[in-house]
Design a protein. Structure first.
Length: 373
């Protein structure tokens, strides 16, 4: 028994399997009253887009971004969702890796309709007072290329993914962050939603899984995201960021009796497949009271060699062939390729009681960034 527990802890399964099991049980109850009519699949790819991964030469880093500028449109143009849109990519760009030429290339992709840029940030040993100017500087630099939505006051509104998963000082040793009250600080600087999770098998993984939820309780304490209230129709909290999670599950390995952790990570060694798509949709991430709108947010590190080959080649073609056929037949399913911002807008629309075609609510609360208009 001890060895089994040790194995579970080594994979951090003890942190989230209980939450997953509870969601599975709730799902079984929901399936007894199946969704009538057409279901809508909101599909987003959130990329930890890091050109300077493993300290390449400047030429290598530039080539990584150029590969996406050239290769993504070539791949994506072959596919369309129910709204006539191609696959959309959310490039969560690390502020500390800023180079004007990288953002110029991503801006061209945004203007062509292939995605949007949001904020990714790796930081360590920070305090609220040191992190705030870092965030604002990154917003200023990336925003100067026309990225980020704008609020009524003209300030940037952005989605966020924490580098190394260490949101709100998540790690036991306090490394890779340092700021317990990071969520309130993100909100104060214009963040509307966090897309960091799932992070399993990393120790930062919360016990809340497969949910869209509002963090609750004391938001100034470390790992405050582990307390939350499920997003539901009829309630919107306008004083904090929204947590939007991707799918997390235990799933059977193809052709094997063993199970794997399915965390929605797209890599060269673990490319998207039809069985993975089925697992993602079965987790039924949705706003309570709007079960026919199914949210699937997957993630990747798209600049890494191997992964980029997959996502700009056969792996993505297989993924989008599956999505645009099985999940876009117009009867059982309608597919909507969305960015992180659009996914947030549609979630808010659901909470406000909107229904029907979610594609109509892509710009419901936050408008497109200047570069996309």
């Amino acid at each position: 028994m001890t060895s089994i527990i040790d194995k579970l802890r080594a994979k951090q399964l003890d942190k989230w399997v209980g939450g997953w099991a509870r969601e599975r049980a709730r799902g079984a109850l929901r399936r007894t009253a199946a969704v009538s009519g057409t279901r809508h699949l909101l599909f987003a790819v959130c990329d930890h887009f890091e050109p300077r991964w493993r300290r390449p030469t400047e030429e290598q880093a530039e080539a990584r971004v150029r590969l996406w500028e050239d290769g993504y449109p070539e791949m994506a143009r072959a596919f369309r969702d129910a709204d006539g849109r191609p696959p959309r990519h959310s490039f969560f760009f690390p502020g500390e890796e800023y180079r004007p030429s990288y953002l110029d290339r991503l801006t061209r992709l945004v203007r062509a309709g292939f995605g949007e840029v949001e904020l990714h940030l790796h930081h360590d040993n920070d305090t609220r007072d040191t992190l705030r100017p870092n965030i604002l500087d990154s917003l200023d630099k990336l925003g100067s290329h026309g990225h980020f939505s704008r609020g009524a006051d003209g300030r940037p509104r952005y989605a966020f993914i924490h580098g190394n998963w260490a949101l709100a000082n998540a790690r036991k040793d306090g490394s890779r962050c340092g700021v317990d009250d990071e969520l309130p600080l993100l909100w104060e600087t214009g963040c509307y939603a966090d897309f960091t999770f799932p992070s399993a098998p990393d120790e930062s993984q919360p016990n809340i899984v497969n949910q869209i939820y509002w963090p609750t309780g004391d938001l100034t304490r470390a790992r405050c995201y582990e307390q939350g209230e499920r997003a539901r129709v009829g309630e919107v909290k306008d004083d904090r960021i929204l947590m939007i999670e991707g799918p997390l599950a235990l799933a059977r390995k193809a052709g094997r009796a063993r199970v794997r952790i399915e965390n929605g990570d797209l890599t060269g060694n673990d490319p998207p497949t039809a069985s993975r798509v089925a697992t993602w949709t079965r987790q039924h991430v949705h706003v309570a009271g709007r079960p026919e709108w199914v949210f699937v947010k997957v993630h990747t590190h798209g600049t890494q060699e191997g992964t980029s080959d997959t996502l700009l080649g056969a792996g993505s073609r297989a993924l989008h062939e599956e999505l645009t056929t099985r999940y876009n037949d117009g009867a059982r399913w309608r597919l909507h390729y969305v960015t992180a911002r659009e996914m947030y807008n549609i979630a808010i629309a659901a909470m406000e009681g909107r229904s029907g075609d979610p594609g109509a609510f892509r710009d419901h609360r936050l408008p497109p960034p200047p570069a996309a208009t």
